[in-house]
Structures are given as C-alpha cells and as structure tokens.
Design a binder for this molecule. Structure first.
Ligand code: ADP
Length: 840
C-alpha cells in the first residue's frame, strides 16, 4: 500500500478541500486506466481502509467497487472523461470487512493543470437511505406479490367509487384482460348493479358503499352477485373496508371470493338431502299397504311436499283400453275428475308423453307448444312443467307430471327422473301383487269348490305333487288309508303295508301311486292295506299321472274305494250259497233217507195187515190166537217205530221253529236212568246195560227231555254197540252232574266225531243202520238248553262213550229257535276230562 503523500494529496485535488464533516469521499481518476490520482477521505479510515492505503494504492477505489456495479461505474467514468458531462450514479463500494456501502457519486471532468483531464467524483455514503428505500421497495413488492398471489379478488375504490387499483385475480374473476381495464371505472355501476333476483341494486343500498358512506367495515356478504364483463354473474362473498387518510375517509378496499363451488356444493348437499328425503318418502309411500290409487296419491303428496311444485299428478295406464287414468293429484288440485281424468294415449301432452315414452320438460310454459291452455298458465303464473313416462324397461305403466311457478332446476329434474323410475317399479310391483292376489283368490275359490267336491266324494281321493309328497287327502281317503298328508309316498309306504289281494306284500315301487308317479295310468288295482292301526282294508284304486299345461309332470291323483265290506258280503254270500247247496243236498239226501226209513216199518205193517185181511176172508180158516198175536205184535212194533220216527221229525221241526221250552222239576236223575235202562233191557233183551256210579243225584231239569237224552244215547249204544254190554256211569258234585254211556261197538272215525251232532249227519253205513241222523242233534239242543255240554270219545271198532255234563239246577227257559243247519255245535268230539264224581 502506498502512503498518501501531502504533495500528491495537495496537488491531486484542485480547489478548496472538502470539509471532513461532509462525510464525503472525494476522488480523482485519470488516464485510460482510470488510475486513482487522489482521494480525500473525511476520516483517517474510510470504509475500513486506512487513509494511507487510499494514498498508496491507485487501483483500490476501482477494485473495491461491487462487481455488479463496477462495469457501470467504469463506463460512466469513461463517458464523463470523453464528453465532459456531469453524471450521478449510485454504486456500491466494498468496505474492508466485505460489507457493501452504497455511495452516491457526482462525477464531473476537471481540466488537469497542464495535464490531461481528470474525472473527479464526490461520493457520499447513502447506505442508510438506500436501505430504507430498498425496504420500502421490498415491502411494496411483497405487498404486490401478495396481492397478485391471492385468489381473492381485491380492488380499491376512492370516495367516488372509482377503481384505484385491482389485482389480477379481480380482473380474472370479473372477466377483464388486466387490472388496468378497471382502474378509474365506477365499480358499482360496472359489476354490482343488479341483485340475484334480477332487480336493480342502487348505489345508495350497496353494502360495499356502506364502507364509503359510513366508514364501517362490511364483512362476509354472500347474498349478492357480481356481474362479469361478458354479462354473466358470479356468486361471491365480499368484504369492504374503509381507508382512512388524515382523519377522513379516502376510499375502501373490497375483497371478494368466488363462491360458485361453495354454492354448487351447497346446492349439491341440498339436492342430496332433497333426493334422500324424497326417495325415502316415496319408498315409504310405496311400501305401505293400500289400493293402487292410495299408493299413487301418497307418492304424489311426497313429491309435492318436497318440491316447490304447484301441483303433481300421476296417471295409471289402463293397458287394455290404452287410456291413462288420473290416479293421484296433490297440491293446488286434488280432484281426480274433469278433463284430465281419462287421457287416451296420444292425446294432450300427458298422452303424448305416454306415446313417445319420453319426458317433456320446460321452464317456459307460456311459449311451449305442448301446453295448450296458455290462458290458464298465465293466470296461474305457471312457469315450468315436467312430465315423465313411468316405464318398466320400455313398457309404460303411467305418467307422472307437475306444474311449478318457478323454474325447475336441472338437479330437481334429475331427481324427478329417478323418482319416476322408482314409482314405476312400485306401481308395477303393486299391479303384480294385485294380480297375484286376484289369481290367488280365484284359485282359493276354485280350490274351495274342489275341496268341497273332493271332501263330499264317496271315494277316497289322494293328490301327490311332482316331488312325490302327498298334499291332499279327502276324509274318505284318510278313513281308508290313514292320514298321510305331508308325507312322501316312500315314507308312506314304509308305515302302511300294501298287500296283494292274497295278502302277499307288494313292493313299494309297485303300489299304484309309485306306478302313476312313473307316468303309468293304473286302473282298478285291488290291493289290501294294513294301516298303522293294524286294521286291514281292501281297496280298489285308479291312479293317473297329472301334467302341467307345458306337459311337465305335476304329480298324481288317485281315487280309492274301500271294498272291504263289499268283499266281506261277497264272501258271506258265497259261503251262504255253499251252505245252501249243502243244505239242499242234505235235504235231498234226507228225503230219500226219510222215505226209506218210513217205508222200513211200513212194509212189515202192510204185509201183516194184508195177511190178516186174507185170514178173515170168507172161506178162510180162522187164525189161531198165537198166530194172530204174533202178527199184531209185528204191527205194533212197526207202528211204534213209525211213531218214533215221526216224533223225531216233529221234534226237529218244533225245535227249528219255536225253540225248546224247558219245564224244570226236581227229580232223581239216577232213578230216571235206572227206569229207562230197565225198560230198554226189556225191549232189547240181547244187550246188557249196567248202571254205575252215584246211587242218587237230585237235579232240577226238564225230566221228559232228560229222558229223551237217555233214550237216544241208549238206543244208539244198542244200535251201534254190536250187542256188547253197555255201561252207564253217573258222577256228580254240588254243582254239576255227569253221566256217560259207553258201548263197545263199531266206534266213530275222528273226522266224523264233530259232524254227527249236526242235523241229518250220519257216520254209519245206511245199508246196515237206519235212522235220520237227527237223534244226536236233538240231544245236543236239549243239553245246550240246560246249560250243559255233550262230548264223544271214540275209536273205530273200539266203541264210543258219549258223556253229558249238566248243571244240577237248570233255569226254566224257552230256547231260542234253531240257528239253522250251520249253527255251531257246542258238543265237541274230544270227550270230557275231570269234573264231578259223586256229591257228598
Ligand atoms: P241215527 O242214529 O238216527 O243215524 P243219530 O243222530 O242218533 O242218528 O246218530 C248220528 C250218527 O252217529 C249215526 O248215524 C251213527 O253213524 C253215529 N253214532 C251215533 N251213536 C253211535 C254209537 N254209539 N256208536 C257208533 N256210531 C254212533
């Protein structure tokens, strides 16, 4: 660093030295290199560089210039040097500590003494002023940036309402190319002249101007519109703040934001709320019970209640007649009669909507060609009309329409279109339900008739569906088969045995129902059913497969007839027929037998009578007494035999016709037996008869009938006893008496032993033994009548023992008539065992 010499210093600067207090740096440069010739600093140290340094270093001044400012300064110095002008420049000098010091330099050419001209500069430190200016500029720039960066529109107005400034957002929002187009214009008249409803907004009522008029801050006004350059409007929220200057009002700053989106979302929300409410109410209207008209009316009222309509109507299509019938009317008109109560498809605007299947919408009713009664529309102030066909796919079910005194917004129309769909579906559903109900009612009525018929039918009727489930049985079928409703045919055949007529089980798949389920028509199948209660019924059945209209299987119907009783009667008839035949045969046999039997004693009788007649003929020798006696004896025997036979026959017919009256009396049975045996031995001297057992048994019985029993058994024992001795054995106890007649004759085969107690039944050879086969039958009837029994024990060739068991006291009764040839015998051929011996 060069020392600043006094010479240099004194010779360097012409004229009076600048006072140090001036705080200015005075400097001179010269030559092409602009070398520093002299510098005079107000202080020893200027900008951190000591004074000596300024003196010693020619290049210091220019070197220490701020690189950004140096070229400018050099150019200016050269110009001043060349042209001799005086210039001013602000430039930065770098202090020793590196900070930039703003200098304001006044530069002028000075004629050097005898030498080349120099450029002298006087630089004062303007750093502070410069900083304040920079700060202001920066603040301004920031404010401007802020103004420009915001999306809010901001403009200022003066007291007269003229625009003083506007930011870019303001110009953009209002549709102007730049803010300058606004500056100077009356903003109220330009952008705020008309209200949302179309009425004029005078400046005197303008809220923005309140800030001007009353100095009041106006905030958050969002009920107004601003009007754009192109005439459209902009919904905004705005604030207006007064600007005060010197205690007075200088103007106002207006800030506004575009609330189109907010409005839109508010509208959207409102729309959603409206849609939700309307849908919910319509859904409720559709779901509540009622007639079609009631439902339609509820829907119309729901629409009317939620939308700002004058009236809402719904027509329902009569498909057959192609006429729309007014079904619902809500709002200013609620009547359903009148010109629009029945609208043929294609007539009026409603009928045309129905014909074209397209909605008709207008917000300008008065100029709409479809609206015929313009006078009415004008009178009533109608503005909008919306009519929708109610469609299911492409099929019309009705028309919904409304008139409104205000325009219907797009969103409302969208909601209405959606609601029209919902209502159409509701109407369709209701129609389907009504139709179903009608057809179900019809079906139920038919079913009731069918059920009555089926119920009253004498046959059993069983209906099985296509799945094999029994779904109907009339009472008769339940009676015959047991209830099976709800069971599958398989399950039913498991609980109810189906048997063939001969009793063999029928496999399940062969039962009539199974066969018919397989498509077979079963006719007159007879089978036996063992029902769950164990009873067996004989049924005949017809079973037919049923088919739906489309030919698919619909199940089976089976009718059954209980033939159990009929079969029993048939069997009974057959049995009777058989026994009748047998009886006729027996009768025929009997008649030949009877004639033979009656003839047997008649023949000797006739012979003897003839012989006697001849004996007493004139000329005939008188018969001896012995011969006469023999002949009369024969005649007597024959007559007795005839009498016995006839008595037997009469007994049979009496018993058969009137039964057997008993005349009971008290007597000794053993005494009676003894008498009879004695008489027998007299008449049949060849056969000895022994009486064994109790010596006396008192009984109460019909004595003559008991005697008839004894006579019959004894005569059989003698007749079939082959002359061998006969034993009669008597036993008794307090209650009963038993006597047995035992012979040792031809005996009876076991197969005949039961039969011989029946009428006309004989087991012995007709050739060798006479008789009607009635004796034992009469005996059995008498024994029965006394409350006793008769049994036989016998073996062919070994003899027979007939045992009679009687109560010792028989009731005095009248017997029932004979039950006939088939009456069941109480006598058995098994003989008696045990029982009484002798009473004490
Ligand atoms: P009848 O003796 O008149 O034929 P009964 O009714 O008295 O009629 O007897 C029926 C049949 O029973 C006889 O025909 C005979 O075949 C058989 N019978 C009855 N008693 C005896 C007997 N004691 N021994 C063998 N057979 C007898």
């Amino acid at each position: 660093m060069k020392e600043t010499t006094p010479e240099r210093s004194s010779s360097g600067l012409e004229g009076p030295a600048l006072p140090a207090a001036l705080q200015a740096l005075v400097w001179e440069v010269q030559g092409d290199a602009l070398d520093l010739r002299a510098a005079q600093a107000p202080a020893a140290e200027l900008f951190g560089h000591p004074a000596e340094r300024w003196a010693a270093d020619d290049g210091l001044f220019l070197r220490q210039q701020h690189p950004e400012d140096r070229p400018r300064l050099l150019a200016l110095l050269r110009r001043v040097l060349a042209e001799g002008s005086t210039e001013h420049i602000e430039h930065r000098l770098l202090a020793a500590d590196g900070r930039a010091v703003w200098l304001h330099s006044e530069i002028a050419r000075q004629q050097g003494r005898g030498g080349p001209p120099v450029v002298r500069g006087v630089s004062t430190d303007v750093t502070r002023a410069r900083r304040a200016e920079d700060a202001l500029r920066e603040a301004e720039a920031r404010a401007q940036a802020l103004l420009e960066s915001t999306e809010q529109g901001i403009y200022g107005i003066d007291r007269a309402g003229r625009c003083t400034f506007a930011n870019r957002a303001c110009a953009r929002l209002l549709g102007y190319g730049s803010a300058t187009e606004l500056v100077g214009r009356n903003m109220h008249q330009l952008i705020h002249h008309t209200r949302a409803d179309g009425t004029a907004l005078p400046e005197s009522s303008c809220p923005i101007h309140r800030a001007l008029r009353e100095g009041e801050e106006v905030a958050h006004i969002d009920s107004d519109l601003l009007w754009r350059a192109d005439g459209t409007s902009l919904p905004v929220e705005y604030w207006s703040r007064p600007i005060r200057e010197g205690g007075g009002l200088a103007g106002a700053i207006v800030t506004f934001v575009d609330i189109t989106e907010r409005r839109r979302s508010e509208q959207l929300l409102a729309m959603q709320a409206l849609t939700g409410a309307l849908r919910a109410e319509v859904a409720a209207a559709l779901s509540r019970p009622g007639t079609m008209r009631e439902i339609a009316q509820r829907c119309a009222e729901a629409i009317q209640g939620n939308l700002d309509a004058a009236f809402t109507r719904i027509w329902l299509l009569d498909e057959r007649e192609q006429v729309l019938e007014l079904g619902a009317s809500a709002g200013m008109y609620t009547h359903l009669h009148g010109r629009h109560s029945r609208v043929p498809v294609g007539h009026y605007k409603i009928g045309r909507i129905a014909q074209e299947l397209r909605p008709h919408l207008t917000n300008d009713v008065l100029s709409d060609p479809q609206v015929s009664d313009k006078e009415w529309a004008r009178r009533e102030g109608m503005v909008a009309f919306a009519g929708y066909p109610l469609l299911i796919e492409d099929r019309l079910v009705g028309v919904m329409a409304m008139f409104a005194r205000r325009p219907l917004r797009e969103e409302v129309l969208e909601v209405l279109a959606a609601i029209a769909d919902t209502i159409a579906q509701g109407i369709e559903r209701k129609r389907a339900e009504d139709a179903l109900q009608r057809s179900e009612a019809k079906r139920a009525a038919k079913h009731a008739v069918l059920r009555r018929l089926v119920g009253q039918c004498g046959d059993g009727i069983v209906m099985v569906d296509e799945h094999g489930v029994v779904h109907l049985m009339n009472p008769e079928a339940e009676q015959q088969l047991g209830s099976a409703t709800g069971l599958t045919v398989d399950a039913w055949t498991r609980t109810t045995a189906f048997l063939a007529p001969d009793g063999a089980p029928v496999p399940a798949e062969q039962t009539p129902l199974h066969r018919a389920l397989r498509g077979e028509k079963v006719e007159n199948a007879r089978w036996r059913v063992r029902r769950p209660d164990g009873s067996i019924r004989v049924l005949s059945a017809n079973a037919s497969p049923l088919r739906h209209a489309d030919g698919l299987p619909a199940g089976v119907v089976m009718n059954t007839r209980d033939e159990t009783e009929q079969l029993r009667l048939e069997q009974e008839r057959e049995r009777l027929l058989r026994s009748l035949k047998e009886a006729v045969q027996v009768r025929d046999e009997f008649l030949s037998l009877a004639s033979h039997e009656l003839r047997t004693p008649l023949t000797p009788l006739l012979l003897q009578v003839e012989s006697l007649r001849r004996m007493f003929q004139p000329g005939h020798e008188a018969p001896s007494k012995a011969r006469l006696d023999a002949k009369l004896s024969t005649i007597h025997r024959s007559v007795l035999r005839l009498r016995d036979l006839i008595d037997e026959l009469l007994d049979v017919s009496r018993i058969s016709a009137r039964g057997l009256p008993l005349h009971v009396e008290d007597f000794d049975l053993v005494a009676l037996l003894r008498e009879d045996i004695e008489r027998f031995e007299e008449s049949h001297p060849g056969t000895p008869v022994r009486l064994l057992g109790c010596p006396e048994v008192r009984v109460r019985a019909d004595r003559s009938r008991v005697e008839q029993i004894i006579t019959n058994l004894l005569s059989n024992a003698v007749k079939y006893g082959a002359g061998a001795p006969v034993d009669v054995r008597v036993e008794a106890d307090a209650e009963r008496v038993r006597f047995a007649v035992e012979d040792r004759g031809i005996g009876i085969a076991p197969s005949d032993q039961a039969r011989i107690f029946e009428r006309f039944q004989r087991a012995a050879s007709v050739m060798h033994y006479g008789g009607f086969g009635l004796g034992l039958w009469i005996v059995r009837r008498i024994v029965d009548q006394h409350g006793g029994s008769i049994t036989v024990q016998s073996a062919p060739g070994r003899g027979s023992t007939f045992t009679v068991d009687l109560p010792r006291t028989a009731a005095s009764t009248r017997a029932a008539p004979d039950p006939g040839p088939l009456g069941s015998p109480r006598a058995r051929g098994d003989g008696g065992a045990g029982g009484p011996s002798c009473p004490p």
